[in-house]
Design a protein around this ligand. Structure first.
Ligand code: ATP
Ligand code: MN
Length: 458
């Protein structure tokens, strides 16, 4: 079993014999020996190996280029250089050289270029850092909700409902696309696999509500699909969402929960991945550590949508989209609030009902709903949530206004007729959180293999 470089660095067993494996970062040779810099992806740090020219296969391994894979057996010794130790090789095993076309030979390859060779991104310092942090944030998520006594549930990926009502759905069908069964000039989905139209889920919220209204507090963490045709640096067609849903909780409760969760993730990443954050702070986003340090224990600002509109209108700032009460906040507006006005995360509550989903609790003013978005600098919206309408009549009235097919939502409505309770929840876009905490500026660079309009390589 391999010894990871991470554990080697942790234990620094000077004097002992070890075996490590990895990919060549660089190799410099002179008459007497070769200096090998090796990384195995377990940690940000590389290990330096000295391999004497007296080793039997010196000719073979000393010509291996950057990206080639090697195994090293040798002794851990104190180092003269800036590293605290190095390995004096007794054996070098060559697993594989690289071809002439190996794309990571050159330094300074751009993020755009790396997306075209996404299968090699895990070998780079930047992506190693991002994906070790992504892993830590996933662990932090489960710990955070588990510590709070919330249960992890898995909601369906195939759904018959457009739960967000935004129509950004991917169809799931086994009908012959070239020759579907027709009925009165329309495709007859009653002949489809499930006997009705089905889609990939845009959220697991409605099903999570059923579990919250029985188990108290639950959360989902799963893939989510939206066919929105938005080629932006913060939208994916396939992304991961964490959705807590809490019974006997109101909007303020889940707004606080959201802020606490984000701060928990930041602290966890700082504890588990200090080297990764240092690296990203140096090469990707110079203000990253300062930002994380200041956000991790500062209470988030909270304003209503109406106050936000007021701030934006009085800002004197020129926006591409006009700020008007009733219109959704655009990225430029969100960014003004977070990056300029508040210089930190902000929770915006009580949006106009027209721009939010049907299930949100209606305020007595008849115009707004108990919604909240958490916006953060550099990214914009990271969390969208609400208190849910638990009153059957009000919910049905809103659904009828929006022409929703009540039959599809029968079970959801049933929850309001049988032991209904106030409850609230939110969705946090996992990749948006990873962007925020790593300082990466394009969402395509924080998911292993991205799906966006026109792109489904790898
Ligand atoms: P946006 O206005 O940014 O499109 P939204 O209002 O459609 O977001 P919600 O429906 O509230 O988003 O979804 C909850 C969270 O899921 C968002 O706050 C965001 O973090 C994330 N999210 C939504 N759409 C996407 C997407 N296409 N790609 C990545 N993350 C997304
Ligand atoms: Mn959207």
């Amino acid at each position: 079993m391999r010894l990871s470089i991470k554990n080697l660095i942790k234990d620094k067993p000077i004097g002992s014999e070890v075996e490590i494996n990895g990919w060549l970062k660089s190799q410099r040779k002179n008459k007497n020996f070769s200096f090998i810099i090796l990384n195995d992806g377990s940690t940000q740090d590389d290990v330096q190996v000295i391999a004497d020219s007296t080793l039997g296969n010196y000719e073979d391994f000393s010509k291996i280029g950057t990206g080639g894979s090697l195994g090293i057996k040798g002794k851990v010794v104190e180092s003269q250089g800036k590293q605290d130790f190095e390995i004096q090789a007794t054996e070098v095993i060559v697993y594989g050289d690289v071809s002439e076309n190996y794309p990571l030979q050159k330094k300074g390859t751009s993020m755009e270029f790396l997306r075209e060779v996404a299968h090699f991104r895990p070998r780079t310092n930047t992506f190693g850092a991002v994906f070790r942090i992504r892993h830590a944030l996933a662990q932090a998520t489960h710990r955070f909700f588990d510590e709070k006594g919330y249960f992890y549930i898995n909601t369906p990926i195939i759904s018959a409902m457009d739960a967000e009502g935004a129509g950004e759905l991917f169809r799931v069908s086994t009908l012959d696309a070239a020759n579907p069964p027709m009925e009165n000039g329309k495709v007859d989905f009653s002949k489809d696999y499930f006997g009705k139209e089905t889609f990939l889920c845009v959220t697991g919220q409605l099903e999570a509500e059923a579990f919250a209204c029985g188990m108290g507090g639950v959360y989902t963490f799963g893939p989510t699909f939206r066919s929105e045709n938005s080629n932006t640096p913060r939208h994916l067609a396939e992304f991961w969402m964490i959705e807590p849903e809490v019974a006997f909780a109101d909007l303020d409760d889940v707004a606080s929960l959201g802020a606490e969760y984000i701060q928990y993730m930041i602290k966890y990443a700082m504890e588990k991945c200090p080297k990764e954050l240092e690296f990203l702070n140096k090469f990707i986003d110079k203000g990253l550590l300062e930002k994380l340090n200041s956000v991790k224990d500062t209470p988030f600002k909270k304003i209503t949508y109406t106050e936000a509109v007021d701030i934006l209108q009085k800002s004197g700032q020129k926006f591409e989209y006009k700020v008007e009460w009733g219109a959704d906040l655009q990225t430029e507006h969100e960014r003004f609030l977070t990056d300029k006005h508040f210089n930190g995360p902000v929770i915006v509550t009580d949006y106009p009902k027209e721009i939010k989903a049907f299930y949100m609790k209606q305020n007595p003013d008849g115009k707004t709903v108990r919604a909240m978005d958490i916006l953060v600098p550099g990214v914009g919206e990271i969390i969208g949530g609400s208190q849910r309408e638990e009153n059957y009549d009000k919910l049905v009235a809103r659904m009828e206004e929006l022409d929703l097919e009540l039959d599809l939502y029968r079970w959801f409505l049933d929850l309001r007729l049988n032991g209904t309770v106030p409850h609230s929840g939110f969705g946090l876009g996992f990749e948006r959180a990873v962007m925020y905490i790593t300082g990466m500026s394009n969402i395509r660079d924080v998911i292993p293999f991205h799906r966006t309009p026109g792109h489904v390589e790898f």
